[in-house]
Ligand binder design. Sequence first.
Ligand code: CA
Length: 401
Amino acid sequence: MPLLRSRVESANRADGPFPLNNLPYGVFSVAGEAPRCGVAIGEMILDLAACEARGLVDAGGTFAQPQLNGFMALGRARWEAVRARLTALLAEGASEDVPLVAMAGARLHLPIRVTEFTDFYASKHHAFNVGALFRGPENALPPQWTHMPIGYNGRASSVVVSGTPIRRPMGQVRGEAGPEWRPCRRLDLELELGAVVGADSTMGERIGVEQAEAMIFGYVLLNDWSARDIQAWEYQPLGPFQSKALGTTIGPWVVTQAALEPFRCAGAERVNPLLPYLHEARPGLYDLEIGWTLNGQVMGRTNYNVMYYSSAQQLAHHSSSGCPMRVGDLLGSGTISGPGREQTGALLEMTEGGKMPVMVNGASRSFLEDGDEVGLFAQARGEGYRIGFGPCTGRILPTRP
Ligand code: CA
């Protein structure tokens, strides 16, 4: 599909993140007014609450809410109807007056009320590299890894929107003469894509992969900040705890599954066949360039198509015990790393556990220092257009005194 031309001229640039083909949803506010739902188009935001108030679009009044949960809960048929209506309203030559706000003058908020947060571990390169650093190359990949998506139940309470500062945590770590209590010295990022679940399931219900995919509303950039020294001391036998609870940053724009559909592709080659409950009838990943910057310098760059499990497979596995899912459930993909050092999505891997520091604007880094700013980026390349995700940044503040 080529670029769909829009009445908003800034949406017609070949290299802009928000053409008419994209239409990502977010929550914004301007000058003292209440946050409400909007959609990004070029350098503007279409005020969806105002659209509803004028009768231009019908989402049952949910666009006046300060998160997308109400709209998502209306279901897939309404998502499709609204997308078609917005595409018509914003198309080149459309005549109805529409309420647009300059993005530069708007504040962007957390787009969803995050009801639960689960983080997975689905890049084989990342799982191997990190496993080798923690346990040696012989024991790097756990025996179940190629058979099922590995994850842990994270914290929804510390998920924040892009631009929110992240404070270096205190923690208990392994010291020379026993455990120590001190500020984290190995603070890291994790480059991930978060799937936003837009439908509920009931307790006891098992969700098939196909149904799981239909429940995913869209995707956000996601940085799973990680305290590696705290993680190394605490993670066995139940997995990460305080090392991952310090904060998770997501981007302000939810890029819909519909916008990513033209970029659907297969993922990493299977090591062994999956059990039937994880079979995918069609490929569930996307050809999506994704990477990260440190203090403005591009550090790692890879593609979401390196992943071994799709979000739909992760969701299906998540419900396999009968665990119910909720509108606003956030599923982190796991760190996205390709095979090469410059394709890694975390400093732990890039610096081989801190042993091989990298240069950032002339300064050496093994892990993040106070004042450092990490940014994530992603884009899919279409014919004469791109699907972008907007910013996903966070700056490190010193430990709270
Ligand atoms: Ca993670």
